[in-house]
Structure formats: C-alpha cells, structure tokens
Design a protein around this ligand. Structure first.
Ligand code: ZN
Length: 138
C-alpha cells in the first residue's frame, strides 16, 4: 500500500529549524501501516529537511549558527553571488541540508533513535511551506 499526505508549515522568521516529528508520527499512525518506509519530501529550493537531535535545543541552534558562518547572506570566501533574488545563501543551505529523509516504520512506529527528530529547516522565510509525506508498506 502507498499513502500520500501533506501538511503546511508557516515559518515565523527568515531562518528557523522546526521539529515536525509529531506531525509525521500522526500521519503514520493514521495510515495504519505496520511495516514499511516513510519518505518526507520538501518541494522548495530554500527550505530543507534533516534528522538530528531534538533533545537538547542547543544542537539545532549550533547547526543554524554554523551554517550561517559557512554561508553568510552576502556571500563569502571572496565570491559574490550572481543570483539576482538575493537569497543564494538560502539555496546553498538548502542543498547542504537536503530535501528529503527516509524513516523506517516497524510495528507502526518510526524507528528513530532516542535522540533523533525530524527537522524542517527554513532558510528564506517567513513563508508558507509544504511538507509531503509518502508511506509505503503494509
Ligand atoms: Zn532565489
């Protein structure tokens, strides 16, 4: 069986990383799929998704701050961005983070590690974003 679902995320600032584990978990529960794979896909070019620690909020702050050091808004490393929209930093951070994650489902539960959460990363908000979820299994 394959199930598709999606939900919206309203991001409050230009850059924010939000824990969306609960929303994904609810979709898996409602799907009634016991064994399979859940793929979460972000259909945007300046937002991404990653799995990382959701126990200590400092980890997300560190990731966000460090990405900004690596890719400053105005560019760096002697390179000037060519993209006229002025958000090349957001496009690059999106590429670094990636646009999809897969999570195994076993006995109707996501097999995330103890400290793992699914994080939606906004790099060019505030915006209304879409999160797509496809679950394959039985
Ligand atoms: Zn752009």
């Amino acid at each position: 069986m394959i199930i598709f679902n999606e939900f919206k995320v309203k991001t409050p600032e230009r850059e924010v990383i939000l824990d969306i584990t609960g929303e994904i978990s609810n979709i898996i529960r409602e799907s009634n799929i016991k064994e399979g794979v859940c793929r979460v896909f972000i259909p945007h070019t300046t937002a991404g998704i990653t799995i990382n620690e959701n126990a200590d909020p400092s980890v997300i702050k560190d990731i966000s701050s460090y990405l900004n050091k690596l890719v400053p808004k105005g560019g760096g490393l002697g390179y000037s961005f060519k993209h006229g929209e002025g958000n090349s930093d957001a496009h690059i951070k999106c590429t670094l983070t990636g646009h999809s994650v897969d999570v195994l489902i076993h006995e109707k539960r996501m097999m995330l590690g103890t400290w793992q959460g699914i994080m939606f990363a906004e790099y060019d908000g505030p915006r209304n974003r879409r999160v797509m979820v496809q679950i394959q299994g039985e």
